[in-house]
Every structure is written in C-alpha cells, then in structure tokens.
Ligand binder design. Sequence first.
Ligand code: G6P
Length: 608
Amino acid sequence: MCGIVGYVGKSQAAPILLDGLAKLEYRGYDSAGIAVYDGEHLVGKKAMGRLKVLSEMTHDGASMPGYVGIGHTRWATHGAPTDNNAHPHFNEDETIAVVHNGIIENYLKLKKKLLDKGYRFQSDTDTEVVAHLLDYYYKGDPLEAITKVMHRVDGSYALGIIFADQPQYVYAVRKDSPLIVGKGQDGNLIASDVPAVLKYTRDVCFIENQEIARLSEREIDFFNVDGEPIEKEYKTIEWDVNAAEKGGYEHFMLKEMYEQPKTVRDTLSPRLKDNQIEIEELGLTDEEIRAISRIRIVACGSAYHTGVTAKYVYEGMARIPVEVDLASEFRYRNPILDEKELVIIISQSGETADSLAALREAKARGNMTLGIVNVVGSSIAREADKVMYTWAGPEIAVATTKAYSAQLIAHYLLALKFSTVRGTITEEELAGYITDLKRLPEQIELLLNNKERIQRFANRYVSAKDVFFIGRGIDYAISLEGSLKLKEISYIHSEAYAAGELKHGTISLIEDGTLVSAVVTQEDLYKKTISNIVEVRTRGAFVMAVTNEGNTEIEKAADYVIYIPQTNKYFTNSLAIIPLQLFGYYVAVGKGCDVDKPRNLAKSVTVE
Ligand code: G6P
C-alpha cells in the first residue's frame, strides 16, 4: 500500500527510483510519480495507472536528469486515483517535494488553517497538507521544519522529502508506516521495503517511529523528534535478490506457490531438534505455557484464516480454548481479556495497521503478545513481546500463498509445543505428528505437480458468476481461504460456508451448474459433509470435492474429485489449500486478470 523510494548519489536518480518502485508494485497502487532535482529545480512527473506509463513518459527515467530524487506509488485513500492526486506533492513555488505513505488524520483541520493563511491546494490529498506545512515552517533548516510538522500532524506517515535549496539531501521520517534506509556504494536510498534497495545494497536500517533520517551521497544521519542526533544499527539482509524476482515463472503468485515446499521446510526445520519441538526465539518458559488460560488470535485477511484453522488445532491438540478475532473488530470492541490470555498476532508484512493496533491494545492491557511474522524487523516483530518468524522470504504477489502456508506451520509447531508441555499428547503421539510434519513439503510438491489437471478444470469456470466453498471444522477454515483466493484475483463472486449452514439461506442461490467446492478431509465428518454435497447437487450444483486419498466413497456424491495425500487430521489444511490456490490462480489467468496485482487490493494494508 503506497510505495516510497528515494535516492541520492553518483548515479542518475530517476532510473533508480523507477526500478525501486517496480520492486514495490506488489504493495498495490493506482498511480505513480517521481521528483528529481535537475541542478536548478525540483521537477515532478506523475501518471495514473501502471508504472509502465510513467516509465514511458520519462524514457525509463533517462529524460529526467539529476542525482537526487524521490518516487512514489499511490494507493488512493484521500482523493481519487488521478494524475493530480498522485505524489510527489509540492509547496506552491515547488521548492519542497514530498511523498507520503499513511494517512494524516487531522488534515482537514490543518488544510483549513493553511487555506486561511493563503495557501492554495492542487489536489484532494491529505499529503499536500504536509508540503504546505513544511513550507510554512521552513526558514532554512529542514530538520527544524520537519520536527515542527511531526508535532502538528496526527495519524500515520512515512515521508520522503527534498528541499530544492539543499539538494544534497533526502530526508525520511516515519510514524506507523514502514520506511527503511539502504547504505549503498555509490549513493544512499530510502524505501518502504527491502526489495526496492536490494539491487544496490544489503545494508539496511529500519527507521523507527518518530525518527528522521538525512541522507547525502556519502552520509546517513539519524535524529529524534526533537532533532537531536541518534545512533542506529544496520542489518545485513541475508536473502537473495533473486527471491524478489520472478525467476522464469509467469507470475509471482505461481512462483510463490511453487516455493511452498521450501517455505514449509524452512519454517519447520530450525524448530525440529531430536524429534522435539524447540522454538528457541519464543522465550516462553514451561511455567508460562502451562499458565496460559486462553489463546486469542488476532489478524486480518488470510492471516486471520490461518487463525481459524489454528483454533481447531490448539483446542483439539493442546486443549487450550481459543478465540479468533479480526484485528479491525478487536481494536474497537473493548474486548474482555483474561490476564493469563496469550494474544497471538499473525501478519505476513508485520505492518498491517489494524493488526499492529490490536497488538498495542493487547499490550496496553498487560497481556503477553506473540507475533507470528514474516518480515524481519517489521513493526509487529519489533513491538510484540515474543516473535516467531515464518521463513517464507519476500512475498510479492498480493494474494498470499507461501506466507499463509508458513503461518500454518508456525501454528502447528506452537500447538505441539504447548501440547507437550501441558501433557495433552504423549511422546509417541508427538513423534507421529513430527513424522507427518516432515512429510508435508514433498506432499505439497506432489499436489503442485498435478497443476495441469486443475488448470484444465479451472478453464471451465472462467465465466462463472458465483462459486461456493463448503466444509466443516478445519475444512471450513480451508474453504474461507480457498474462496478468498478465487475472488480476490479472478473477481468472481464466491463465499465460504460452514457446510451445515448453507441451507439456512444461501442454498437459494444454487442454480443449475453452480460450482460448489467441498473440502472433506476430516474423517469423523465425512458423512455429514457428504449429506451437504447431496443437498446442493440435487439443486443443480456441480460439486468439486477435495478429500483424502482413499476416500473413494465420495465419488458417488461429487462430480469431480481431487485427492490429497494422507496426513493427520490437524495438518490437512496445508495440503488441501494447494489445489484451491491453483484453482483460483488458473481461473484468474484464464480470465486474463492481473494476477499479481489485483484491482483495488494492496499487499500491505497500512491504513485502517
Ligand atoms: C492484505 C493482503 C492479504 C493479507 C492481509 C493481511 O489484505 O492482500 O493477502 O492476508 O492483508 O496482511 P498481513 O501482512 O498482516 O498478513
């Protein structure tokens, strides 16, 4: 959601800015722009639509000379996605350029004050307020003006700023929106996320809330909100630059689906030692684990769906009661938390605004918080009391696949750990679960290799109007994610229902040929779900079933069957989701949709 890049150095800035913005496309955007200092003035170029338009307009940046600049991909919040509303925004005489990610919540009040003082606005954005406010406070000392603005604005922001009369510097500042600094050989960079700078450096520094960075070609200095110098540490990024490239696959989503066996292996193996679960970084004592009265899982989107699965796993295996909450609901509900409740926040990006706010809410109430996070050094990872990383590597496609799979593994590991400590499973059972866990990567691989069959089937549904996903227990949780995968990238309406619930209203939507996907992996519920399959089939539905190998009985009820390899009842989600991901993907490809960057969606939702 909005991407920021800034550069100052020996090379021409514009091509570097465009390249960096391309690496941030996954965040979701609807317009893009860059501003460079050309030796005399700040010059801006903006364009609605894809980055390609801006690249063509500037001849891949070549027609914009200058060695310092800032760039932005915008995901509209305040003001429609137009050229005018695209960033960078300028003060009136175009001597200050600003790019912004986040929302300035008191912008209307500030705008009114600025209008009263005679400032004129070009756009409908909240960001333009920052440009004029900087102008208002700027008396030749950028740091002073920036800190004054920081004291005046409410809300969230990551800002990249250039002052035309000090063109040797790029300034960066953040509050509740991610921003990093990269220390390069020939110059220095700022960006919303690591992939944007990886081509130039692996040495990055995460700007914390209310901190300011000042970059010149050779130096990077950091300051606090009072403008006082502070020391910061750099981290070396270990993952490969190729991890953020498509590597021969048609889409990032397909590549990332194919990375799932590795992701699962990487998330598992450091925690499996001598047939025991050891999650070193967790830092919870056995006593603390035994004291947990309830687990509260809070997340958004697909991460929330892994929480729905996890409820069945923690409750079934470790016998700990679990509540699963949508972060956007939790934060405003004045929830009742038991003091011994462990609050687990799940987030791929570690930056989702609602999840971060929920984390803070739980912390403020004194509860122990655990973040299951993919992005190292992200806000949730830094702020949670404990962190367990999912080792999925950078995920670029907006629709998550491998991070989702890694999150499931993190839950299984935690559930096994808790169950062992609390004595709800025996050593022998643990050994069996570990054997099943270790087999998951190759079983996922097997399912991925079956992609042509699913592609052929998916091609029949590119013009579908509605699709329903049903299942019971964990199979319901899988259906939630299967349905989301399909609708978010193919724009086909779909809904997931607990199989027994469909007949309480929604069954009236079933027409001749309506596709119903039924997930049937829980043996004790086979018969129940099969009854629901029969109910929809007799009303004309075409039923695709995903079930365990050996459950051939289902062929009598369903029209089309996909078998998944045998695993224990708690881990079936990791396998059953693969054909559903492939199905959603191939329907979207068949329809010619922009699979990696679906309309209106953002990878990292940093506004509430
Ligand atoms: C967005 C993404 C989803 C993701 C959700 C939560 O909506 O498109 O794929 O599941 O945010 O993101 P997080 O980074 O917190 O896991």
